[in-house]
Design a protein around this ligand. Sequence first.
Ligand code: FES
Ligand code: FES
Length: 178
Amino acid sequence: MSSSTNNNTTLNDQPTDVNVGCCAITLNINGQDHAFTVEPRLTLLDALREQLLFTGTKKGCDHGQCGACTVHINGERTLSCLTLAVMQQGQRITTIEGLAEGNALHPLQQAFIEHDGFQCGFCTPGQIMSAVALLREGHARTKDEIRELMSGNICRCGAYNGIVEAIIAVMEVSDAAV
Ligand code: FES
Ligand code: FES
C-alpha cells in the first residue's frame, strides 16, 4: 500500500492540491491507500474527480438521478454523488479504473465494446460498474430483469439494447463456467 503525494498533475500539467479542507482521511481506492484532507461536505464523487483525479467516474446530474457516478463500496454499487467522502474511511472503494487487470479488460468492458453498449461513452463507466454489481447480486436472469435492475443508469444516447446484450453475453459465459 502506498499513500498519494500532496500534489497531483492534471492533463494539462497544472498542479492541483490534493489537500483541501480540515478533515484528514485515508481512502482505499482500487487497492491503494490515498491519504489527504477534505472538507466535511465533500462528496466522494468530487473527492475522486477533483482531488485524486480519478476522472473515469462521471458527474451527470449530481443528485442521484442518472447513475453516471456509480462506484463500488465494499463491492456494492453506490452513487458517489450522494456519498460523503469523510464517511468512507476504511471502506474498499472500486472505480472504473480498478476493473481491468493490466492490459486485460474486465469481461464486461470487453462485452460493451463487442455489443455496441455505448455511443458517446459518458454514461459508460457508471453503466459498467452497475452491471458488474448486478451480475454479482445474481437477481437478474432475463432481459426484462436486467432492464429493471439497470434502470438507475440513464443513457442519453439510448444504447440500452447494446448494454443489455453485453450483460447477457457475460452472464451466459459466467453460467457456462459454473
Ligand atoms: S451524478 Fe450521481 S446519480 Fe447522477
Ligand atoms: S453512451 Fe452516451 S449517454 Fe450513454
